[in-house]
Design a protein around this ligand. Structure first.
Ligand code: NDP
Length: 266
């Protein structure tokens, strides 16, 4: 196992992130002598920071708002990072940075972990940003259709064009939700607001799994209210832990102790 010189999370802001807690738990459990540090890096300092981290043989994660810029700054990418056009995981390969996107696998594992199998029907996808692109890449592998509903028609169209084999734009909630097997909130609605809902829960299809990519202590309003009306719903914590576990495997070539990771955030 090649141990990186340093292990970091690069974002802005990053103080709220749960990643240091569960990554440090995994490092301790594996006996790896590193500490995963959160680095608050402003957009105008990203290039210089990644250059310094390359010299330090660092590895790590990238979060909001740097995932697309980090993709541009990595010299090589995995096919899944190429597909999404964003990097959330990097490591030093020789004297350059390589990038991966484990949000895709993290989302897939969170959904399959809950359902016991991949979704067997269409996905209603709210939002058309970076995490929505990861959901589209996941759905391509599952071979299910995606209905993209976003407040910006141009972002929705651009996303659907990139994933044209499976994704199409819809303009109403009814069109997005009819017969959906999965409903995914990929907007930040509910992140800072205890009551914020990306859609009325009364409209949720009976048999769909609701996945809110947002997470909050005590669950988001969408998850709480969907469960209250008898729907199956999970928040973004499982995706977060799973993307982190896949990053850990990428850096160290071994699976992390997921129980230790969950204990750290539980
Ligand atoms: P982006 O900024 O890339 O995209 C956000 C999308 O939501 C855009 O389509 C944006 O529209 C839309 N949007 C923003 N505000 C609103 C609003 N008030 N009403 C309706 N639509 C809105 O963000 P990400 O895709 O990276 O992240 C989205 C959420 O997912 C965040 O809360 C993030 O924390 C969470 N996330 C969770 C992960 C996990 O592991 N659980 C991983 C990644 C993200 P517009 O373009 O018009 O602004």
């Amino acid at each position: 196992m090649i141990v990186p010189g340093r292990l970091v999370l690069v974002g802005h802001p990053v103080a709220h992130s749960l990643s240091p807690a569960f990554q440090n738990a995994a490092l301790r459990s594996a006996g790896i002598p590193l500490v995963y540090e959160a680095l608050d890096v402003r957009p105008d300092a990203l290039r210089a920071t990644l250059e310094r981290l390359t010299r330090e043989r660092a590895a790590g994660n990238v979060t909001i708002p740097h995932k697309r810029a980090a993709f541009e700054l990595c010299a090589s990418h995995t096919p899944v990072a190429e597909r999404v056009g964003a990097v959330n995981t990097f490591w030093t390969d020789g004297d350059a940075l390589a990038g991966d996107n484990t949000d895709v696998g993290g989302f897939q594992r969170a959904v399959v972990g809950e359902l016991g199998h991949p979704p067997r029907g269409p996905i209603a996808l709210l939002g058309a940003g970076g995490s929505a692109a990861a959901v589209c890449a996941a759905a391509e592998e599952w071979d299910v259709d995606i209905r993209v509903l976003a407040r910006s028609q141009s972002s929705a169209s651009a996303l659907a064009m990139r994933f044209a084999k499976r994704a199409s734009v819809v303009s109403t909630l009814d069109a997005a939700l009819a017969g959906a097997a999965l409903v995914v909130n990929a907007t930040p609605v509910g992140m800072h607001d205890d009551d914020g809902l990306p859609l009325p829960v009364a409209l949720l299809p009976d048999d769909a799994l609701i996945v809110d990519l947002v997470y909050r202590p005590g669950a988001t309003a969408l998850v709480r209210q969907a469960r209250a009306v008898g729907r199956r719903a999970i928040d973004g914590l499982s995706m977060l832990v799973e993307q982190g576990a896949l990053s850990f495997e990428r850096w160290f070539g071994v699976e992390p102790d997921r129980h230790a990771m969950w204990r750290a955030v539980g």
